[in-house]
Design a protein around this ligand. Structure first.
Ligand SMILES: *[C@@H]1O[C@H](CO)[C@@H](O)[C@H](O)[C@H]1NC(C)=O
Ligand SMILES: *[C@@H]1O[C@H](CO)[C@@H](O)[C@H](O)[C@H]1NC(C)=O
Length: 219
């Protein structure tokens, strides 16, 4: 009976859906990484047991390994890395780019992103919703900041001659990433090539070739 009550309460509190993460109802709710209960977010551990390390991450000074087909690497710092981010609606990532490297077109279903360039030169952009599908893009240099609104497809490409580094802040403890090419052509099990041939207005052979490619996940 207690459990049923808890389930109903959690359902009611979790169903007040907003565009970003729900507001916290206490100072903090450090994720109990061992809980087997599934809720919207993560179950809190006893606040009295929270320590500084629950709010701490080390190592963002270390470059990610960009030796891969897209030439970039995302180092996420979200609720999986910092349990204390649970319910706080914010997270971070470091993105490293080799010369010519890119963070391919992707979306964050749960977060707006604000990106600041620490080193190098990036060509960045996002595309608005149908029917305009307007590309809003810019070349960014060291110290420049750019915003990618929640849910919109966006990308970053290193157009300089040296490595580039950026820090992205995101308005979710768990922004999620959907890399467009991976989701469309690398779906598991695969989306029918009949569907993709019509959607992309290309022949099935090309779809099959794309589906047989390796879709690198840089996250
Ligand atoms: C970077 O990744 C490549 C490809 O996986 C690997 O061969 C290489 O050893 C890695 N470099 C470092 C410094 O970890
Ligand atoms: C929580 O558990 C996941 C999965 O086992 C692990 O990858 C992650 O590092 C853990 N996070 C923390 C903050 O302990």
């Amino acid at each position: 009976m207690k459990l049923l009550f808890l389930a109903v309460f959690l359902y009611l509190t979790a169903s007040h859906v907003s565009a970003s993460d729900p507001s916290p109802l206490q100072d903090f709710c450090v994720a109990d990484n061992y809980s087997k209960v599934f809720v919207n977010g993560k179950v809190c551990k006893d606040p009295k047991l929270a320590t500084a390390n629950d709010f701490f991450f080390a190592g963002l000074d270390k470059p990610g390994n960009t030796s891969n087909p897209v030439g970039s690497k995302v180092t996420p710092v979200n609720v999986m890395q910092i349990a204390g981010l649970n319910t706080l609606g914010i997270s971070l990532a470091r993105i490293d780019f080799a010369p010519g490297g890119q963070n391919p077109p992707h979306t964050h279903p749960r977060a707006t992103e604000i990106l600041t360039v620490l080193e190098g030169t990036l060509y960045v952009g996002f595309v608005t919703s149908n029917p305009e599908n307007r590309l809003i893009s810019k070349i960014l240099n060291k110290g420049d900041v750019f915003v990618f609104p929640v849910g919109l497809i966006h990308f970053q490409q290193n157009v300089g001659y040296s490595n580039a580094v950026a820090i992205a802040a995101l308005s979710s403890q768990n922004p999620g990433v959907i890399t467009i090419a991976n989701a469309v052509f690398g779906a598991n099990p695969p989306i029918s090539d009949v569907v993709l041939a019509k959607a992309f207005q290309i022949d099935k052979q090309l779809v099959d070739k794309l589906q047989a490619s390796f879709w690198m996940d840089n996250n």
